[in-house]
Ligand binder design. Structure first.
Ligand SMILES: [Fe+2]
Ligand SMILES: [Fe+2]
Length: 213
């Protein structure tokens, strides 16, 4: 990856667009109540993206940060908030396309840059979508919000009454760990894995009953 920097610096024009994008995203999440995928999740993903790009660099750091803010905007359009289907990825992609069409603030981005953002947002579920580093940096940052106490608690709130979904989720966390791609994300996840393993183990043990004959 290129442009490795201690601190990412944007032009004034970029900083203005980033601020505009952040307030636009915050506004649509104002009335959104899903405990697992609210604005706090988006903020943690944006902060994780910043950690990754300041450690390892990125071809387009500005697009990486924007992609974090945009990646889950489609959550606000779901019929059943928090649903586990892939629908919100498509909804995020469609809504971002509409923003690009309707909001002239985004005109400072080139067509190629817009396409890169749309690709990263649309495929933030797909570990084989690696046309741009923006896409896998976003996925790593998004995955980091699954591990450890904060990550587990936010999804537990959603699935505490759905045993199958919780079982599936815990397994999914380990699959996400396997697919981490950047060194920085792996280092952060490694610190959070003992807590994650403890939770899975506790859950599995709670499912062991006496065998009667
Ligand atoms: Fe998502
Ligand atoms: Fe997310």
């Amino acid at each position: 990856m290129k442009n490795k920097k201690e601190k990412i610096k944007y032009t004034n024009e970029e900083q203005d667009l980033l601020n505009h994008a952040i307030s636009k995203v915050k506004k649509i999440f104002e009335d959104y109540s899903d405990p697992a995928h609210g604005i706090d999740h988006i903020e943690r993903v944006a902060s994780a993206v910043n950690k990754i790009i300041s450690q390892e660099g990125a071809n387009k750091p500005f697009l990486c940060e924007l992609s974090a803010w945009f990646h889950d905007i489609g959550r606000t359009l779901e019929d059943n908030p928090g649903e586990t289907s892939r629908k919100h990825h498509e909804l995020s992609y469609e809504l971002l396309n509409k923003w690009f069409e309707d909001d002239s603030s985004f005109d400072i981005l080139s067509k190629e840059e817009k396409k890169e953002l749309l690709y990263a947002v649309r495929y933030h579920w797909n570990d084989a979508a690696d046309k741009y580093d923006t896409a896998w940096i976003l996925r790593d940052a998004d995955k980091l919000d699954l591990f450890g106490d904060v990550g587990l608690e936010r999804v537990w709130k959603l699935f505490k009454d759905n045993d199958n979904a919780w079982d599936q989720h815990l397994r999914n966390v380990f699959s996400c760990y396997y697919f981490l791609r950047t060194k920085t994300a792996r280092q952060i996840a490694d610190k959070l894995m003992p807590e994650t393993e403890k939770r899975l183990n506790k859950y599995l043990k709670s499912k062991i009953d006496k065998v009667n004959l």
